[in-house]
Design a protein around this ligand. Structure first.
Ligand code: SF4
Length: 287
């Protein structure tokens, strides 16, 4: 079992844990409370090599991959820490690390945590409540579409054009954004699960009306209703001191949302979680 080194609780109930494994490696895991249940955000690697410009985890280079058992340890450690009547109802592999850079272990974890034989009927999380989030490793998206159980896929998109995305996320130089969206469409068609595109709104970087129109255009396909396959999660940014980046103003965020909706793209404007405890990944370990 992983040891809890520290725990921070936000005003909105978000709990952020710093855990340590037997070899001394420390990772973060975050529990978010929603109206629909408790969602655990699991880390898949200690550190990350993907180098996304807005991410605190990218400042801490990958030390090693986590095993399926270690990811399961995150689940059980937090489960035990909750009061008896509280259960983890949802799992998102969206913490530190690129899950598809550690594909086999992440898939094993998803299979284990959703298996009532391993977890017991009460603790097991249904596959439809498990989401894996990738920065855009296309071959693994296609592989993930063929797994026996159907899990949800989220794609960290954050920019609608190659020019901007190349600057924000180096992975885009290998897997361009239009190909990425096509692979997500294939995933959705094959699994019958709608794919979530995560989009951090960064002040003056990716939040203009032009960006919103370009995003709508990217997600539109002739003859298809994109909302059958995709939706966009607009996310407020938890600032990271080292980067000098700021989240978009509320008015700008609402305008971006309106443009998408008018163009027929289903979007949600996510509530900030745990901003007072710096819940963006890597921030606790950096401290
Ligand atoms: S956003 Fe995800 S993939 Fe990118 S550096 Fe951070 S942890 Fe890695």
């Amino acid at each position: 079992m992983a040891e809890i080194i520290s725990k921070q609780i936000s005003e909105d109930g978000t709990k952020k844990y710093l855990l340590q494994y037997e070899d001394g490696i420390q990772i973060e895991t975050v529990l978010m409370t929603h109206a629909y249940g408790n969602s655990l955000c699991v880390s898949s690697q200690a550190g990350c090599n993907m180098g996304c410009m807005f991410c605190a985890s990218g400042l801490l280079k990958k030390v090693r991959d986590l095993t399926a058992k270690e990811m399961l340890d995150q689940f059980h450690t937090v489960s035990k820490d909750l009061s008896e009547e509280s259960l983890i109802t949802h799992v998102v592999v969206m913490g530190t690390g690129e899950p598809f850079d550690n594909y086999a272990e992440v898939l094993q974890f998803c299979n284990l945590v959703s298996d009532p034989k391993t977890m017991g009927e009460t603790l097991a999380v249904a596959p439809r409540h498990i989401t894996v989030s990738t920065s855009g490793i296309i071959p693994k998206i296609l592989e993930f579409a063929s797994t026996e159980k159907r899990f949800n896929l989220a794609v960290s998109l954050h920019a609608p054009t190659n020019d901007l995305r190349n600057r924000m996320m180096p992975v885009n130089r290998k897997y361009p954004v239009d190909e990425l969206v096509k692979s997500a469409l294939r995933y959705s068609k094959q699994t019958k699960r709608r794919v979530a595109f995560e989009y951090l709104l960064l002040d003056g970087i990716n939040d203009s009306e032009k960006d919103a129109l370009a995003l709508a255009d990217l997600l539109s396909f002739e003859g298809l209703d994109s909302s059958d396959y995709f939706y966009v999660n607009l996310i407020p940014y938890n600032p990271v001191r080292e980067f000098g980046l700021r989240g978009s103003e509320k008015e700008i965020a609402l305008k971006f949302y309106d443009v998408l909706m008018k163009q027929g793209i289903k979007a949600t404007l996510r509530k900030e979680h745990g901003q007072d405890i710096a819940a963006a990944y890597g921030q606790l370990r950096l401290k």
